[in-house]
Design a protein around this ligand. Structure first.
Ligand code: GAP
Length: 530
Protein backbone atom coordinates (compact mmCIF):
# COMPACT_ATOMS: atom_id res chain seq x y z
CA UNK A 1 0.00 0.00 0.00
CA UNK A 2 1.36 3.48 -0.78
CA UNK A 3 1.61 6.04 2.04
CA UNK A 4 -1.86 7.16 3.08
CA UNK A 5 -0.67 9.50 5.83
CA UNK A 6 2.22 11.91 6.25
CA UNK A 7 2.93 10.25 9.62
CA UNK A 8 4.05 7.03 7.90
CA UNK A 9 6.63 8.93 5.86
CA UNK A 10 7.73 11.05 8.82
CA UNK A 11 8.10 7.96 11.03
CA UNK A 12 10.30 6.23 8.46
CA UNK A 13 12.34 9.39 7.84
CA UNK A 14 13.07 9.63 11.57
CA UNK A 15 13.54 5.91 12.17
CA UNK A 16 16.11 5.45 9.42
CA UNK A 17 17.97 8.72 9.86
CA UNK A 18 16.81 10.68 6.84
CA UNK A 19 15.82 13.72 8.93
CA UNK A 20 16.38 14.82 12.54
CA UNK A 21 14.82 17.76 14.42
CA UNK A 22 17.48 20.47 14.76
CA UNK A 23 19.19 20.80 18.18
CA UNK A 24 17.12 17.94 19.55
CA UNK A 25 19.40 17.57 22.60
CA UNK A 26 18.07 20.94 23.80
CA UNK A 27 14.45 20.32 22.92
CA UNK A 28 14.74 21.30 19.26
CA UNK A 29 14.07 24.55 17.41
CA UNK A 30 10.64 24.87 15.87
CA UNK A 31 10.57 24.78 12.07
CA UNK A 32 14.21 23.71 11.63
CA UNK A 33 15.45 20.24 10.62
CA UNK A 34 18.75 18.51 9.91
CA UNK A 35 19.29 15.95 7.15
CA UNK A 36 20.85 12.72 8.46
CA UNK A 37 23.19 10.25 6.73
CA UNK A 38 20.58 9.02 4.24
CA UNK A 39 18.77 12.34 3.98
CA UNK A 40 21.85 14.20 2.84
CA UNK A 41 22.41 11.63 0.07
CA UNK A 42 18.80 11.86 -1.13
CA UNK A 43 18.87 15.65 -0.99
CA UNK A 44 22.19 15.84 -2.86
CA UNK A 45 20.87 13.45 -5.52
CA UNK A 46 17.70 15.53 -6.01
CA UNK A 47 19.74 18.73 -6.28
CA UNK A 48 22.30 17.18 -8.67
CA UNK A 49 19.54 15.88 -10.91
CA UNK A 50 17.89 19.31 -10.97
CA UNK A 51 21.24 20.93 -11.79
CA UNK A 52 22.10 18.38 -14.48
CA UNK A 53 18.70 18.73 -16.14
CA UNK A 54 18.45 22.52 -15.96
CA UNK A 55 22.08 23.58 -16.43
CA UNK A 56 24.10 20.85 -18.16
CA UNK A 57 21.45 19.37 -20.44
CA UNK A 58 20.39 22.76 -21.83
CA UNK A 59 22.55 25.15 -23.80
CA UNK A 60 20.90 28.34 -22.57
CA UNK A 61 21.77 28.19 -18.85
CA UNK A 62 24.48 29.32 -16.44
CA UNK A 63 24.89 28.59 -12.73
CA UNK A 64 25.44 30.89 -9.77
CA UNK A 65 26.08 30.67 -6.03
CA UNK A 66 25.35 34.06 -4.48
CA UNK A 67 25.82 34.92 -0.80
CA UNK A 68 22.99 34.63 1.71
CA UNK A 69 23.70 38.08 3.14
CA UNK A 70 23.11 40.98 0.78
CA UNK A 71 22.99 44.76 1.00
CA UNK A 72 19.71 45.77 2.68
CA UNK A 73 18.83 47.91 -0.32
CA UNK A 74 18.30 44.71 -2.34
CA UNK A 75 15.30 43.94 -0.13
CA UNK A 76 14.02 47.50 -0.29
CA UNK A 77 13.95 47.57 -4.09
CA UNK A 78 12.83 43.95 -4.45
CA UNK A 79 9.69 44.99 -2.55
CA UNK A 80 10.24 42.48 0.26
CA UNK A 81 10.60 45.08 3.04
CA UNK A 82 7.21 46.44 2.13
CA UNK A 83 5.26 43.37 1.10
CA UNK A 84 6.81 40.09 2.31
CA UNK A 85 4.21 39.82 5.05
CA UNK A 86 1.84 37.22 6.44
CA UNK A 87 -1.31 38.18 8.40
CA UNK A 88 -0.70 37.65 12.14
CA UNK A 89 -3.41 37.29 14.81
CA UNK A 90 -3.13 36.82 18.60
CA UNK A 91 -5.50 34.67 20.63
CA UNK A 92 -6.60 36.91 23.52
CA UNK A 93 -7.52 33.87 25.59
CA UNK A 94 -4.35 31.71 25.53
CA UNK A 95 -1.93 34.34 24.11
CA UNK A 96 -0.80 32.11 21.23
CA UNK A 97 -0.05 33.59 17.77
CA UNK A 98 -1.31 32.32 14.45
CA UNK A 99 -1.33 32.99 10.73
CA UNK A 100 -4.85 34.33 10.16
CA UNK A 101 -5.41 32.60 6.81
CA UNK A 102 -4.56 29.17 8.29
CA UNK A 103 -7.02 29.03 11.22
CA UNK A 104 -10.56 29.95 10.08
CA UNK A 105 -11.27 32.38 12.91
CA UNK A 106 -10.74 29.89 15.76
CA UNK A 107 -7.63 29.39 17.91
CA UNK A 108 -6.30 25.85 17.21
CA UNK A 109 -4.76 25.77 20.69
CA UNK A 110 -7.73 26.60 22.95
CA UNK A 111 -10.67 26.89 20.54
CA UNK A 112 -11.37 30.55 21.41
CA UNK A 113 -12.72 32.91 18.75
CA UNK A 114 -11.51 35.96 20.68
CA UNK A 115 -8.76 36.91 18.24
CA UNK A 116 -7.13 40.26 17.42
CA UNK A 117 -7.55 41.83 13.99
CA UNK A 118 -4.94 40.47 11.51
CA UNK A 119 -1.86 42.68 11.14
CA UNK A 120 1.07 42.31 8.72
CA UNK A 121 4.11 40.42 10.00
CA UNK A 122 7.30 40.66 7.91
CA UNK A 123 8.86 37.21 7.54
CA UNK A 124 12.45 38.24 6.86
CA UNK A 125 14.97 37.32 9.58
CA UNK A 126 17.38 40.06 10.62
CA UNK A 127 20.99 39.62 11.70
CA UNK A 128 23.62 42.10 12.80
CA UNK A 129 26.50 42.83 10.45
CA UNK A 130 29.79 43.93 12.08
CA UNK A 131 30.56 44.74 15.70
CA UNK A 132 28.43 47.87 16.17
CA UNK A 133 24.79 47.18 16.98
CA UNK A 134 22.81 50.21 15.84
CA UNK A 135 19.64 50.60 13.83
CA UNK A 136 21.59 50.63 10.53
CA UNK A 137 23.90 47.67 11.07
CA UNK A 138 21.57 44.85 10.21
CA UNK A 139 21.08 42.66 7.17
CA UNK A 140 18.37 40.20 6.25
CA UNK A 141 18.81 36.48 5.76
CA UNK A 142 17.53 36.08 2.19
CA UNK A 143 13.94 34.79 1.92
CA UNK A 144 14.57 33.75 -1.72
CA UNK A 145 17.76 33.08 -3.68
CA UNK A 146 16.33 34.89 -6.71
CA UNK A 147 17.60 38.33 -5.73
CA UNK A 148 21.21 37.12 -5.84
CA UNK A 149 20.61 36.33 -9.52
CA UNK A 150 19.02 39.70 -10.31
CA UNK A 151 21.79 41.57 -8.46
CA UNK A 152 24.37 39.67 -10.58
CA UNK A 153 22.54 40.00 -13.89
CA UNK A 154 25.03 42.50 -15.34
CA UNK A 155 28.01 40.44 -14.07
CA UNK A 156 26.76 37.25 -15.68
CA UNK A 157 25.90 39.01 -18.93
CA UNK A 158 29.32 40.71 -19.12
CA UNK A 159 31.30 37.58 -18.36
CA UNK A 160 29.43 35.06 -20.51
CA UNK A 161 28.31 37.12 -23.53
CA UNK A 162 24.94 35.39 -23.45
CA UNK A 163 22.16 36.39 -25.84
CA UNK A 164 18.50 36.36 -24.86
CA UNK A 165 16.86 34.08 -23.99
CA UNK A 166 19.10 32.62 -21.31
CA UNK A 167 18.75 31.64 -17.68
CA UNK A 168 20.67 31.49 -14.42
CA UNK A 169 20.15 28.62 -11.97
CA UNK A 170 20.92 28.61 -8.29
CA UNK A 171 20.48 26.25 -5.34
CA UNK A 172 20.84 27.65 -1.85
CA UNK A 173 19.40 28.38 1.54
CA UNK A 174 16.35 30.58 2.08
CA UNK A 175 15.02 31.73 5.44
CA UNK A 176 11.50 32.74 6.40
CA UNK A 177 10.28 33.51 9.89
CA UNK A 178 7.08 31.53 9.39
CA UNK A 179 4.45 32.32 12.04
CA UNK A 180 3.48 28.65 12.42
CA UNK A 181 5.96 26.22 10.89
CA UNK A 182 4.30 22.80 10.57
CA UNK A 183 3.92 19.52 8.75
CA UNK A 184 7.52 18.38 9.06
CA UNK A 185 9.61 19.63 6.11
CA UNK A 186 6.61 21.21 4.41
CA UNK A 187 6.65 24.59 6.18
CA UNK A 188 9.93 25.39 7.87
CA UNK A 189 11.99 28.47 8.72
CA UNK A 190 15.23 27.46 7.01
CA UNK A 191 15.15 25.56 3.72
CA UNK A 192 16.96 24.99 0.44
CA UNK A 193 15.57 26.40 -2.78
CA UNK A 194 16.19 25.47 -6.41
CA UNK A 195 15.51 28.57 -8.51
CA UNK A 196 15.87 29.58 -12.14
CA UNK A 197 15.57 33.12 -13.43
CA UNK A 198 15.09 32.83 -17.18
CA UNK A 199 15.56 36.12 -19.07
CA UNK A 200 13.56 36.63 -22.26
CA UNK A 201 12.66 39.35 -24.77
CA UNK A 202 9.54 41.25 -23.69
CA UNK A 203 6.62 39.89 -25.69
CA UNK A 204 7.96 36.31 -25.68
CA UNK A 205 7.38 35.86 -21.94
CA UNK A 206 4.02 34.10 -22.14
CA UNK A 207 5.32 31.50 -24.55
CA UNK A 208 8.38 30.86 -22.34
CA UNK A 209 6.12 30.58 -19.31
CA UNK A 210 4.33 27.66 -21.00
CA UNK A 211 7.68 26.13 -22.00
CA UNK A 212 8.88 26.12 -18.39
CA UNK A 213 5.62 24.69 -17.12
CA UNK A 214 6.07 21.65 -19.36
CA UNK A 215 9.81 21.37 -18.67
CA UNK A 216 9.25 21.37 -14.94
CA UNK A 217 6.43 18.81 -15.02
CA UNK A 218 8.67 16.55 -17.05
CA UNK A 219 11.47 16.88 -14.44
CA UNK A 220 9.09 15.99 -11.62
CA UNK A 221 7.96 12.85 -13.47
CA UNK A 222 11.61 11.89 -14.04
CA UNK A 223 12.39 11.87 -10.31
CA UNK A 224 9.30 9.86 -9.43
CA UNK A 225 6.54 12.46 -8.90
CA UNK A 226 4.11 11.60 -11.72
CA UNK A 227 2.00 14.05 -13.69
CA UNK A 228 -1.28 12.66 -12.33
CA UNK A 229 -0.25 13.54 -8.76
CA UNK A 230 0.25 17.23 -9.65
CA UNK A 231 -2.42 19.84 -10.34
CA UNK A 232 -1.50 23.07 -12.11
CA UNK A 233 -3.09 26.00 -10.29
CA UNK A 234 -3.37 29.24 -12.23
CA UNK A 235 -3.08 31.68 -9.32
CA UNK A 236 -5.93 34.24 -9.36
CA UNK A 237 -4.85 37.84 -9.99
CA UNK A 238 -5.80 38.96 -6.47
CA UNK A 239 -3.46 36.36 -4.91
CA UNK A 240 -0.38 37.01 -7.06
CA UNK A 241 2.90 38.09 -5.44
CA UNK A 242 3.73 41.77 -5.94
CA UNK A 243 6.17 40.97 -8.78
CA UNK A 244 4.02 38.55 -10.76
CA UNK A 245 1.89 38.98 -13.86
CA UNK A 246 0.89 35.32 -13.82
CA UNK A 247 1.94 32.32 -11.70
CA UNK A 248 1.36 28.60 -12.10
CA UNK A 249 1.60 26.81 -8.78
CA UNK A 250 2.34 23.10 -9.09
CA UNK A 251 0.22 21.46 -6.39
CA UNK A 252 1.34 17.99 -5.30
CA UNK A 253 -1.09 15.61 -3.65
CA UNK A 254 0.72 15.09 -0.31
CA UNK A 255 -0.59 12.31 1.96
CA UNK A 256 -2.73 13.84 4.77
CA UNK A 257 -2.26 17.41 3.45
CA UNK A 258 -3.86 16.94 0.03
CA UNK A 259 -2.89 19.23 -2.87
CA UNK A 260 -0.29 21.79 -1.71
CA UNK A 261 2.25 23.97 -3.50
CA UNK A 262 5.50 22.21 -4.34
CA UNK A 263 6.78 24.72 -6.91
CA UNK A 264 5.81 28.14 -8.23
CA UNK A 265 6.45 29.16 -11.85
CA UNK A 266 6.05 32.92 -12.07
CA UNK A 267 6.17 35.47 -14.84
CA UNK A 268 8.04 38.21 -12.94
CA UNK A 269 7.92 40.54 -15.96
CA UNK A 270 10.53 43.34 -15.93
CA UNK A 271 9.76 44.08 -12.27
CA UNK A 272 12.98 42.88 -10.63
CA UNK A 273 15.61 44.02 -13.11
CA UNK A 274 13.63 47.25 -13.57
CA UNK A 275 13.34 47.88 -9.86
CA UNK A 276 17.07 47.35 -9.22
CA UNK A 277 18.14 49.51 -12.16
CA UNK A 278 19.23 53.12 -12.30
CA UNK A 279 17.76 55.39 -15.03
CA UNK A 280 14.51 53.42 -14.87
CA UNK A 281 12.53 56.05 -16.76
CA UNK A 282 14.62 55.44 -19.92
CA UNK A 283 13.55 51.85 -20.52
CA UNK A 284 9.77 51.90 -20.96
CA UNK A 285 9.21 49.45 -18.10
CA UNK A 286 5.85 47.71 -17.98
CA UNK A 287 5.98 46.85 -14.28
CA UNK A 288 5.15 49.33 -11.54
CA UNK A 289 8.63 49.47 -10.02
CA UNK A 290 9.96 51.18 -6.91
CA UNK A 291 11.75 54.44 -7.92
CA UNK A 292 15.46 53.75 -7.40
CA UNK A 293 17.96 56.44 -6.50
CA UNK A 294 20.56 54.07 -5.02
CA UNK A 295 21.44 51.58 -7.76
CA UNK A 296 24.85 51.97 -9.42
CA UNK A 297 23.95 49.90 -12.50
CA UNK A 298 21.62 49.69 -15.46
CA UNK A 299 20.29 46.15 -15.55
CA UNK A 300 19.63 46.12 -19.26
CA UNK A 301 20.40 44.08 -22.35
CA UNK A 302 21.49 45.61 -25.64
CA UNK A 303 19.19 44.35 -28.38
CA UNK A 304 21.05 44.59 -31.67
CA UNK A 305 17.96 44.11 -33.80
CA UNK A 306 16.25 47.21 -32.42
CA UNK A 307 19.53 48.95 -31.53
CA UNK A 308 18.36 49.80 -28.01
CA UNK A 309 18.76 48.84 -24.40
CA UNK A 310 15.87 46.85 -23.02
CA UNK A 311 14.99 45.31 -19.67
CA UNK A 312 14.33 41.57 -20.16
CA UNK A 313 11.28 39.83 -18.75
CA UNK A 314 11.84 36.95 -16.33
CA UNK A 315 10.24 33.53 -16.00
CA UNK A 316 10.99 31.95 -12.64
CA UNK A 317 10.53 28.26 -11.75
CA UNK A 318 11.16 28.03 -7.99
CA UNK A 319 10.96 24.85 -5.90
CA UNK A 320 11.77 24.07 -2.28
CA UNK A 321 14.09 21.09 -1.81
CA UNK A 322 12.33 19.98 1.42
CA UNK A 323 8.90 19.86 -0.21
CA UNK A 324 10.46 17.92 -3.08
CA UNK A 325 12.13 15.53 -0.61
CA UNK A 326 8.79 14.91 1.09
CA UNK A 327 6.99 14.31 -2.21
CA UNK A 328 9.66 11.93 -3.47
CA UNK A 329 9.52 9.94 -0.22
CA UNK A 330 5.72 9.87 -0.25
CA UNK A 331 5.60 8.61 -3.83
CA UNK A 332 8.27 5.98 -3.20
CA UNK A 333 6.71 4.68 0.03
CA UNK A 334 5.12 1.25 -0.10
CA UNK A 335 4.05 -1.34 2.47
CA UNK A 336 3.85 -4.63 0.67
CA UNK A 337 2.58 -8.04 1.70
CA UNK A 338 5.35 -10.52 0.92
CA UNK A 339 3.61 -13.60 2.31
CA UNK A 340 -0.15 -13.61 3.00
CA UNK A 341 -0.73 -13.55 6.78
CA UNK A 342 -2.97 -16.39 8.06
CA UNK A 343 -6.60 -15.42 8.73
CA UNK A 344 -6.47 -16.29 12.45
CA UNK A 345 -3.54 -13.92 13.02
CA UNK A 346 -5.28 -11.11 11.12
CA UNK A 347 -8.46 -11.72 13.17
CA UNK A 348 -6.50 -11.49 16.41
CA UNK A 349 -5.00 -8.17 15.30
CA UNK A 350 -8.44 -6.90 14.20
CA UNK A 351 -9.90 -7.74 17.62
CA UNK A 352 -7.01 -6.08 19.47
CA UNK A 353 -7.49 -3.01 17.29
CA UNK A 354 -11.23 -2.87 18.10
CA UNK A 355 -10.43 -3.13 21.82
CA UNK A 356 -7.93 -0.29 21.44
CA UNK A 357 -10.47 1.93 19.63
CA UNK A 358 -13.15 1.20 22.23
CA UNK A 359 -10.73 2.22 24.96
CA UNK A 360 -9.80 5.43 23.06
CA UNK A 361 -13.52 6.29 22.71
CA UNK A 362 -14.10 5.85 26.44
CA UNK A 363 -10.99 7.73 27.59
CA UNK A 364 -12.10 11.09 28.99
CA UNK A 365 -8.58 12.27 29.75
CA UNK A 366 -7.78 12.63 26.07
CA UNK A 367 -8.48 16.01 24.42
CA UNK A 368 -11.38 15.76 21.96
CA UNK A 369 -9.13 16.48 18.96
CA UNK A 370 -6.57 13.84 20.00
CA UNK A 371 -9.33 11.26 20.52
CA UNK A 372 -10.96 12.03 17.17
CA UNK A 373 -7.63 11.80 15.35
CA UNK A 374 -6.88 8.39 16.90
CA UNK A 375 -10.37 7.09 16.13
CA UNK A 376 -10.34 8.34 12.57
CA UNK A 377 -6.93 6.81 11.85
CA UNK A 378 -7.71 3.55 13.67
CA UNK A 379 -11.03 3.05 11.89
CA UNK A 380 -9.39 3.68 8.50
CA UNK A 381 -6.80 1.00 9.34
CA UNK A 382 -9.48 -1.44 10.55
CA UNK A 383 -11.36 -1.00 7.27
CA UNK A 384 -8.25 -1.75 5.22
CA UNK A 385 -6.88 -4.85 6.99
CA UNK A 386 -4.82 -6.83 6.30
CA UNK A 387 -3.06 -4.46 3.83
CA UNK A 388 -3.00 -1.61 6.37
CA UNK A 389 -1.65 -3.76 9.21
CA UNK A 390 1.85 -2.17 9.28
CA UNK A 391 0.19 1.23 9.87
CA UNK A 392 -0.78 0.13 13.39
CA UNK A 393 2.74 1.06 14.49
CA UNK A 394 2.18 4.61 13.21
CA UNK A 395 -1.20 4.71 14.99
CA UNK A 396 0.49 3.72 18.24
CA UNK A 397 3.02 6.52 17.75
CA UNK A 398 0.31 9.21 17.49
CA UNK A 399 -0.24 11.69 20.36
CA UNK A 400 -2.35 10.17 23.13
CA UNK A 401 -1.89 6.53 22.02
CA UNK A 402 0.62 5.89 24.82
CA UNK A 403 -2.15 6.58 27.36
CA UNK A 404 -4.19 3.60 26.17
CA UNK A 405 -3.20 0.52 28.15
CA UNK A 406 -4.44 -2.02 25.59
CA UNK A 407 -2.15 -0.36 23.02
CA UNK A 408 0.63 -2.63 24.30
CA UNK A 409 -1.44 -5.72 23.55
CA UNK A 410 -2.25 -4.38 20.10
CA UNK A 411 1.46 -3.86 19.38
CA UNK A 412 2.22 -7.35 20.68
CA UNK A 413 -0.30 -8.82 18.21
CA UNK A 414 0.51 -6.63 15.21
CA UNK A 415 4.28 -6.30 15.23
CA UNK A 416 5.25 -9.95 14.69
CA UNK A 417 2.72 -10.25 11.82
CA UNK A 418 4.03 -7.05 10.23
CA UNK A 419 7.65 -8.23 10.58
CA UNK A 420 7.00 -11.65 9.12
CA UNK A 421 4.52 -10.90 6.36
CA UNK A 422 5.17 -7.34 5.18
CA UNK A 423 8.03 -5.24 4.00
CA UNK A 424 8.33 -1.47 3.85
CA UNK A 425 10.03 -0.42 0.66
CA UNK A 426 10.98 2.95 -0.77
CA UNK A 427 10.69 2.55 -4.53
CA UNK A 428 12.91 5.48 -5.43
CA UNK A 429 13.83 6.07 -9.04
CA UNK A 430 17.34 4.49 -8.86
CA UNK A 431 19.20 7.67 -9.84
CA UNK A 432 18.04 9.48 -6.68
CA UNK A 433 18.24 6.55 -4.23
CA UNK A 434 20.58 7.46 -1.32
CA UNK A 435 22.41 4.13 -1.61
CA UNK A 436 22.63 2.42 -4.99
CA UNK A 437 24.11 -0.93 -4.00
CA UNK A 438 24.58 -2.94 -0.79
CA UNK A 439 27.04 -5.84 -0.63
CA UNK A 440 26.74 -8.72 1.86
CA UNK A 441 28.86 -11.81 2.55
CA UNK A 442 26.73 -14.92 3.12
CA UNK A 443 28.70 -15.52 6.36
CA UNK A 444 30.33 -12.77 8.31
CA UNK A 445 33.05 -14.92 9.85
CA UNK A 446 34.33 -16.39 6.60
CA UNK A 447 37.48 -14.62 5.48
CA UNK A 448 37.07 -15.43 1.77
CA UNK A 449 33.44 -14.24 1.59
CA UNK A 450 34.10 -11.09 3.62
CA UNK A 451 37.24 -10.18 1.66
CA UNK A 452 35.49 -10.67 -1.70
CA UNK A 453 32.42 -8.67 -0.60
CA UNK A 454 34.53 -5.79 0.72
CA UNK A 455 36.55 -5.81 -2.50
CA UNK A 456 33.35 -5.54 -4.58
CA UNK A 457 32.10 -2.69 -2.41
CA UNK A 458 35.31 -0.76 -2.85
CA UNK A 459 35.45 -1.31 -6.60
CA UNK A 460 31.82 -0.24 -7.12
CA UNK A 461 32.19 2.81 -4.87
CA UNK A 462 35.11 3.95 -7.03
CA UNK A 463 32.77 4.07 -10.03
CA UNK A 464 30.72 6.75 -8.27
CA UNK A 465 27.80 4.52 -7.23
CA UNK A 466 27.17 4.90 -3.50
CA UNK A 467 27.86 1.36 -2.26
CA UNK A 468 27.72 0.05 1.32
CA UNK A 469 28.88 -3.16 2.97
CA UNK A 470 26.83 -4.86 5.70
CA UNK A 471 27.28 -8.11 7.58
CA UNK A 472 25.32 -7.37 10.75
CA UNK A 473 22.46 -9.84 10.28
CA UNK A 474 20.97 -12.70 8.31
CA UNK A 475 20.62 -12.01 4.57
CA UNK A 476 16.80 -11.75 4.71
CA UNK A 477 17.04 -9.10 7.41
CA UNK A 478 19.71 -7.20 5.50
CA UNK A 479 17.47 -7.16 2.39
CA UNK A 480 14.59 -5.72 4.45
CA UNK A 481 16.82 -2.98 5.86
CA UNK A 482 17.93 -1.95 2.39
CA UNK A 483 14.34 -2.11 1.06
CA UNK A 484 13.32 0.33 3.75
CA UNK A 485 15.88 2.92 2.62
CA UNK A 486 15.23 2.31 -1.08
CA UNK A 487 18.49 0.64 -2.18
CA UNK A 488 17.74 -0.65 -5.69
CA UNK A 489 20.26 -3.54 -5.70
CA UNK A 490 21.74 -5.93 -3.12
CA UNK A 491 24.69 -8.18 -3.94
CA UNK A 492 25.36 -11.35 -1.98
CA UNK A 493 28.72 -13.11 -2.08
CA UNK A 494 28.24 -16.84 -1.43
CA UNK A 495 30.35 -19.98 -1.73
CA UNK A 496 29.67 -20.30 -5.45
CA UNK A 497 31.18 -16.82 -5.83
CA UNK A 498 34.48 -18.14 -4.54
CA UNK A 499 34.41 -20.91 -7.14
CA UNK A 500 33.15 -19.22 -10.30
CA UNK A 501 33.39 -15.48 -9.58
CA UNK A 502 29.63 -14.85 -9.87
CA UNK A 503 27.45 -13.16 -7.24
CA UNK A 504 23.68 -12.85 -6.76
CA UNK A 505 22.12 -9.48 -7.52
CA UNK A 506 18.69 -8.93 -5.98
CA UNK A 507 16.30 -6.37 -7.42
CA UNK A 508 14.52 -4.23 -4.76
CA UNK A 509 11.20 -4.02 -6.62
CA UNK A 510 10.74 -7.54 -7.97
CA UNK A 511 12.85 -9.27 -5.27
CA UNK A 512 14.14 -11.47 -8.13
CA UNK A 513 17.74 -12.66 -7.94
CA UNK A 514 20.15 -13.10 -10.80
CA UNK A 515 23.72 -14.42 -10.95
CA UNK A 516 26.12 -11.97 -12.47
CA UNK A 517 29.89 -12.27 -13.01
CA UNK A 518 31.75 -9.94 -10.65
CA UNK A 519 33.66 -8.44 -13.55
CA UNK A 520 30.40 -7.42 -15.23
CA UNK A 521 28.77 -5.85 -12.17
CA UNK A 522 29.61 -2.26 -13.04
CA UNK A 523 28.11 -2.36 -16.53
CA UNK A 524 25.12 -4.44 -15.34
CA UNK A 525 24.29 -1.95 -12.58
CA UNK A 526 25.00 1.13 -14.68
CA UNK A 527 22.52 -0.02 -17.29
CA UNK A 528 19.84 -0.62 -14.64
CA UNK A 529 20.48 2.55 -12.63
CA UNK A 530 20.81 4.80 -15.65
N1 GAP B 1 11.48 33.21 -5.61
C1 GAP B 1 10.12 32.81 -5.62
C2 GAP B 1 9.64 32.33 -4.34
O1 GAP B 1 10.34 32.42 -3.36
P1 GAP B 1 7.67 31.06 -3.20
O2 GAP B 1 6.43 30.48 -3.80
O3 GAP B 1 7.51 31.97 -2.04
O4 GAP B 1 8.42 31.77 -4.40
C3 GAP B 1 9.12 28.97 -3.74
O5 GAP B 1 8.63 29.88 -2.78
C4 GAP B 1 9.07 27.55 -3.21
O6 GAP B 1 9.79 27.45 -1.99
C5 GAP B 1 7.67 27.04 -2.87
O7 GAP B 1 7.00 26.55 -4.01
C6 GAP B 1 7.99 25.93 -1.89
O8 GAP B 1 8.38 24.76 -2.57
C7 GAP B 1 9.20 26.47 -1.16
N2 GAP B 1 8.85 27.10 0.13
C8 GAP B 1 8.37 28.34 0.35
N3 GAP B 1 8.21 28.58 1.66
C9 GAP B 1 8.60 27.46 2.31
C10 GAP B 1 8.68 27.07 3.69
N4 GAP B 1 8.37 27.91 4.67
N5 GAP B 1 9.12 25.83 3.98
C11 GAP B 1 9.49 24.97 2.99
N6 GAP B 1 9.45 25.29 1.69
C12 GAP B 1 9.01 26.51 1.33
Amino acid sequence: MPATTLEQVVALAKRRGFVFPSSEIYGGLQGVFDYGPLGVELKNNIQSDWWRTNVYERDDMEGLDAAILMNRLVWKYSGHEETFNDPLVDCRNCKSRWRADHIKGKCPNCGSTDLTEPRPFNMMFKTQVGPVADSDSFAYLRPETAQGIFANFANVLATTSRKLPFGVAQIGKGFRNEINPRNFLFRVREFDMMEIEYFVMPGTDEQWHEHWLEARLSWWAGIGVPRDQIQVYDVPKADLAHYSKRTYDLMYNYPTLGYQEIEGIANRTDFDLGSHSRDQEKFGLTAKVIPNSDSLARLTYFDQASNRHIVPFVIEPSAGVGRCFLAVMSEAYDEQIVKAPPADKVDAVAQALQAFLKSVGRNEKLAAETRDALLERGEAIAAALPEALPQIETLLGMPGADQIEVGKKLRGQAQPVADEHFRTVLRFVPKIAPVKVAVFPLKRNHEGLVGTAKGIRKALQKTGMRTVYDDTGAIGRLYRRQDEIGTPFCITVDFQSLEDGTVTVRDRDTMAQERVASGELESYLREKIG
